[in-house]
Design a protein around this ligand. Structure first.
Ligand SMILES: [Zn+2]
Length: 373
């Protein structure tokens, strides 16, 4: 009799994600006269594509359930986005290409169809976890989603995969309470805005203080009406390493989740808090991301029967982002296929992972916010 192997962890990726066309770099357009050489856009999908290749090369792919990707439908996107915005990006995607909304988030022809694959992958992973087919999983989607707001994309994001998944869990799958724990180094402004007055979706964002968007993500932004207290921002000082993240998780995030008792935890998984990222100034290592993931799994085991949905967000170092993603998926699947961090001999020997007094103080100051959940 042939035994079918049961996997704990699902994984989703398609080569099409690596085809997202970011065009020339609008952040720093090349100009011979100014001495600016042509560059790839910083949000080019290379880092994600290389992450998938690493997962295949090390054999990690054999330890996860690879789910095929069905594109989402427009009605799914409309769960959180305005029809006017969706119509615009669909039209521009069909005719000329365009920009998600802030001038630095370009997309090419056919991008709308590609974005539906990312949303679809997010929803498929969610359904597989909710149905119990797998306990957790990682959707390596591109583009990212967590900066997208109802009426516009920004920050390299078109549609808010995590927020759509949370709303889908509530409205289509009948879950009562959903928690979003955004670990991207930049603020999760999209989910904050979408669920600002709601208490059925707890939105937590750990991010670098005043990084992006620079005018959002303050600890004092806590939601409104019955949603007051259910938007929990945790801005960490620049320079925070693994220990500061672990301290914030144990002191604030885990107690918050224990009080809230969500049915599922969605993690917008940005790796741009890593020490080699060009778009932030934190110093988490790949092994640090494994420890952070372990803590998320520990609290998920307590409150959601281990149900965790990781959706790819930022991460802009083509060299190091793949190592971080790989470590997270290894941790979720409870296997090791990459013996050690290949950059560890440079990174793990540097000072910068320890919890500093000012980082502890920033976290401790937010302890009272847990009680309002
Ligand atoms: Zn980011």
């Amino acid at each position: 009799m042939v035994k079918t192997k049961l996997f704990k962890t699902a994984y989703l990726w398609t080569a099409a994600m690596g085809w997202w066309d970011t065009g020339a770099d609008p952040l720093m357009p090349s100009d011979f006269r100014l001495g600016i050489a042509p560059n790839k856009h910083v949000a080019h999908p290379d880092a994600k594509r290389l992450a998938h290749e690493l997962i295949e090369v090390t054999g990690l792919l054999e330890h996860v359930e690879r789910l095929p990707i069905r594109p989402a439908r427009e009605e799914h996107v409309l769960l959180v986005h305005d029809a006017k915005y969706v119509d615009r990006v669909k039209r521009e995607s069909n005719e000329t290409g365009g920009d998600c909304g802030d001038g630095v988030s370009p997309f090419g022809l056919g991008a709308y169809d590609l974005a539906l694959k990312g949303v679809g992958a997010s929803l498929q992973l969610l359904e597989s976890v909710v149905s119990g087919k797998v306990q957790n999983g990682y959707a390596l989607v591109h583009p990212a989603g967590h900066h997208a707001e109802p009426d516009r994309g920004r920050g390299f994001c078109m549609f808010n995969n995590g927020a759509i998944a949370a709303e889908y869990a509530r409205k289509k799958l009948g879950l009562k309470k959903v928690a979003i724990v955004d670990l991207d180094v930049h603020h999760g402004n999209g989910a904050e805005k979408i669920f600002w007055e709601r208490n059925d979706v707890l939105t937590i964002s750990i991010h670098q203080d005043r990084c992006f968007p620079p005018d959002r993500g303050f600890a004092s932004s806590r939601g409104a009406g019955k949603g007051f207290g259910y938007n929990f921002n945790i801005p960490l000082p620049p320079g925070s390493g693994t220990d500061a993240y672990l301290y914030a998780l144990k002191t604030l995030v885990q107690p918050a989740l224990r009080r809230y008792k969500p049915d599922i935890i969605i993690v917008p998984s940005g790796l741009d808090a890593n020490i080699m990222d060009p778009l932030a100034r934190q110093s988490v290592t790949a092994d640090g991301f494994a420890l952070i993931t372990r803590e998320m799994m520990n609290v998920a085991n307590e409150v959601t029967k281990g149900r965790l949905v990781y959706l790819q967000e930022g991460g802009y170092s083509p060299q190091y982002t793949p190592i971080c993603i790989h470590r997270i998926i290894e941790t979720l699947a409870n296997v090791t296929t990459l013996a050690e961090d290949p950059y560890g001999y440079i990174i793990n020997t540097q000072y910068g992972q320890e919890l500093e007094p000012w980082q502890r103080a920033a976290v401790d100051a937010l302890k009272p916010h847990v009680k309002d959940i």
